[in-house]
Design a protein around this ligand. Sequence first.
Ligand code: FAD
Length: 301
Amino acid sequence: MHPFRYVAAGSIDEAVAVLREHGARARPLAGGTDILAQLRAGRFELDALVDVKGVPEASALRLGRDGLDIGAAVPCYRIYEDPDVSAAYPGIVDAASLIGGIQIQSRATIGGNLCNAAPSADSIGPLIVHAAAVTLAGPAGTRTVPVDSFCTAPGRTVLGEDELAVSIHVPRPPARFGAAYERFIPRNEMDIAVVGVACAVVLDRSGERIESARIALASVGPTPIVAAKAAASLVGGPPSADAFRAAGEVAADEASPIDDMRGTIGHRRDLVRVLTRRTLERAVQRASGGTASGNTGRGTR
Ligand SMILES: Cc1cc2nc3c(=O)[nH]c(=O)nc-3n(C[C@H](O)[C@H](O)[C@H](O)COP(=O)(O)OP(=O)(O)OC[C@H]3O[C@@H](n4cnc5c(N)ncnc54)[C@H](O)[C@@H]3O)c2cc1C
């Protein structure tokens, strides 16, 4: 492996200064579960890795009146082990608790999952349906980007060479909100999604109509896909099995999958149909006060 400087940054300014000094030859390091494997495999060379775990803003997990702020270096386990966060952000907790396994979750971060921008990344769809935005810091100061416009291509994002992600803000969900994420993988764990679907719904006061909905798809396009037509098809209607099935059909049309060794286009579209229906059922159950938990990542029917 090409030798590189390891810099444990203690502040945003320090991290930005190192990124600026090395340009494309430096990158931030959070949990390291993606980037260290990529460096070892020789996918690219770096002259510096800037560890952001010591940057206070990046290591904070804060639940306030306005929502949840997840520091970009907060490992997954801190998210799902917090009972208040688990209750309010079920879609994000679904993702945090199935990335890798227990050991990976003790290091891996949602920030790193987002910035790595793999089409199969498990957390990006849930962040999108929870309407999250990421705050970036660079030499010119900070800017905030909605997660649904953060990824631009596989492994590529709007991040500049001298920018880092500081934290992700997830607004406080309204009353009668529910969200869920499920993926299909061919084995129990430690695999990447062949397809992932995240859904969020808000029910009206009666609980008999869907007031708003969001659906995001993983692994069926170069970047996460916002299935806006499928979500719109649900609004104003009842949270019924027929409506969920119809939304699944529309979402399958909005997907843009490819054939590869992990699945065919047809298989992936079918998985979008099934997982859309299933995650909508779970999201509505949660919005109605149910506790539909237990994401195994397996099964399709
Ligand atoms: C055994 C194993 C199983 C896995 N299983 C899954 C899985 O089930 N689902 C899944 O989605 N992924 C999985 N992964 C991939 C990986 O664990 C996740 O993508 C993880 O969330 C990455 O987080 P990290 O903190 O380790 O990122 P890192 O490896 O530290 O960084 C990843 C990328 O993001 C950049 N980055 C990190 N922090 C910042 C920042 N603050 N600002 C800007 N850029 C930043 C880095 O430069 C790098 O390019 C698995 C990996 C392994 C090794």
